[in-house]
Ligand binder design. Sequence first.
Ligand code: SAM
Length: 210
Amino acid sequence: MRKVQDHYFKKARNEGYPARSVYKLKEAQEKFRILRKGDRVLDLGCHPGSWTMYAAQVAGPGGVVVGIDIHATRIPAKAAGAEIKIIRGDINDPDLRPRIVVTDFDVVLSDMAPKTTGNRLVDERRSLDLVDCALLVVEDLLVNGGVFYCKVFEGPDLKETVARIGRGFKKTRIFKPKSSRRESREVFVLATGFFRLKVETGKVWADTGM
Ligand SMILES: C[S@@+](CC[C@H](N)C(=O)[O-])C[C@H]1O[C@@H](n2cnc3c(N)ncnc32)[C@H](O)[C@@H]1O
């Protein structure tokens, strides 16, 4: 993560969030109201914890936020609101699924990003693999009517990826938050009104052997 001390970097520090990326969720929340009081939220790729912290503040007491990341994530004590559970693990690991005790999430967030190699095509492929993995999680754990907000890298496969996400939702839209650097190829897909029944896929992400 680049540590340029821009407006959002300073704002995050002043507001007590560990990363400027919090505004990529906050802007979406202010525009589309994707999180609600009492929600159960799954945050994929949660380190260093800004989205988890913000989601817990919005969901408030009675809500639950489960954050997952390869890296150990410590949420600042300042985070108030919903109950927070952090799981350290790789979303591709089949042994991770049983560790997520909450099973019906109202919202699945994914800000997961692969380690970049500098090779544009390889980085884009890895990012799309993470989206596919997040989609398997969505099929398994998102409630009907639920919301999925996911980072995707712009490239030749973007349209196809958005269409693939859209197959299980009433509505999808692409959102580029102001806080996302203009030179960054990331955009976010907001998918609302989940309706795909779990039985349709015949599989869950934990037994795909990915
Ligand atoms: C941009 S950061 C997330 C920032 C976070 N939303 C925040 O606001 O604090 C992307 C994260 O995705 C995580 N990640 C990438 N691949 C992953 C995987 N396979 N399983 C779990 N986490 C992964 C990385 O470890 C990294 O911490």
